[in-house]
Every structure is written in structure tokens, then in C-alpha cells.
Write a protein that binds this ligand. Structure first.
Ligand code: IMP
Ligand code: MG
Length: 181
């Protein structure tokens, strides 16, 4: 691994593994109330950032689920949103009249959430659409949009861990942290 200008030794933990795992139980219960008990849910994992959150969240569901994966990039290698959304893979099955849950790691400017919500409503016509994000950087919003549910509200700091990366690194950390400036 190349020498990183943000080494792991500088990282301060913001949300512990235990805090994340406890939150998942609560979130999963709230999400399950949104959908009829006997109907399946299509889980849309927004890669790469949501990989950990989505994988851990679905383990709590009692509903039957189908898992789908789409890939969008907005940060590139920067630590600020580039406002330049790149849809890398939006391949999905027919979701008309299905129960759909979009699973995101973090809502920052809100541009990705807006893009996805519009895309699903206009193109896929689901029966029920809900949006869950583990983290919510409300103070960084550039457009008005809120997830139906979220785990933690966070300050406008660049965060890594539990799916969130810096230059592709640190996604594997089981907690979420930041680099003090
Ligand atoms: P938005 O479109 O600006 O709301 O940004 C959404 C995407 O940017 C998220 O899905 C993340 O993948 C990425 N992102 C936003 N904030 C952070 C951060 O603090 N660390 C790492 N990635 C982030
Ligand atoms: Mg994301």
C-alpha cells in the first residue's frame, strides 16, 4: 500500500462498531414497518460505499428480500463532493409495483439521493419506495432532500470506515472515523 497522507494512526473514531451494530437493529425494525409483512422487498445497495451497511442491515430483516446492486460515484478521489455524479452501473430488473428500499451510506450534498429518488420514480414506478442512509450530513446539503430513515446525523467532516473510503482505502474498518485537521 502506498504511503497515505491520511494514515490510520491519525484517525479518530466517531462512531464505534458497537454503536453501528445497535443502530442496525433499530433501523431494521423501523424499515420493516414501512412494508406489508407478507410482501418481499427489493433492496438496492448503492456501491461502493453502502456495501457494509447494506450487508449488515439485511441480516436483520424478516421479510423476504431480493438484493440488487447499482454503482454511482460522486467523490472520486477527493474529500469533498465533486458535484459530478457518475452513474457507473444502473442495471436493475423490472421493479414496477415492487417494494423498493434504496440503501445509502451517507447523504452529503443530497445530489445522489435526489438523482436516485427521481430515477426510481420516473423509470421504475415502484409500489413503495423508501430511502435509508446510515449517515446524514444535514449541514452539507446543497438541495432540499431528506431520507425516510437514517442512522446518525454527522458534522460536515470527511469520514471513512464501514464502507466509506479515502482514495479507495479504509472501507474495511468496522467503525467510522475522521482525520482531525
Ligand atoms: P452526495 O451526492 O453529495 O449527497 O454524496 C453522496 C456520496 O458521496 C455518498 O454516497 C458517499 O459515497 C460519498 N460521500 C459523502 N460524504 C462522504 C464522506 O465523508 N466520506 C466518504 N464518502 C463520502
Ligand atoms: Mg454512497
Amino acid at each position: 500500500m502506498p504511503t497515505l497522507d491520511k494514515p490510520l494512526s491519525d484517525l479518530k473514531i466517531l462512531i464505534t462498531e458497537q454503536e453501528i451494530q445497535s443502530k442496525l437493529t433499530v433501523l431494521a425494525q423501523e424499515i420493516e414497518k414501512i412494508y406489508p409483512q407478507d410482501e418481499e422487498i427489493y433492496i438496492i445497495c448503492v456501491l461502493k460505499g453502502s456495501v457494509m451497511f447494506c450487508a449488515d442491515l439485511v441480516k436483520h430483516f424478516k421479510h423476504n428480500v431480493q438484493m440488487e446492486f447499482i454503482r454511482i460515484s460522486s467523490y472520486g478521489h477527493e474529500t469533498k463532493s465533486t458535484n459530478n455524479l457518475q452513474a457507473i452501473d444502473l442495471t436493475l430488473p423490472n421493479l414496477q409495483d415492487k417494494n423498493v428500499l434504496i440503501v445509502e451510506d451517507i447523504i452529503d450534498t443530497g445530489l445522489t439521493a435526489r438523482f436516485l429518488t427521481d430515477l426510481f420514480k420516473i423509470k421504475h414506478h415502484p409500489k413503495k419506495l423508501a430511502f435509508v442512509s446510515l449517515l446524514n450530513k444535514k449541514c452539507a446539503r446543497q438541495i432540499e432532500i431528506e431520507p425516510d430513515l437514517y442512522g446518525f446525523e454527522v458534522d460536515d467532516k470527511f469520514l471513512v470506515g464501514y464502507g466509506l473510503d479515502y482514495k479507495g482505502y479504509y472501507r474495511n474498518l468496522p467503525y467510522i472515523g475522521y482525520f482531525p485537521v
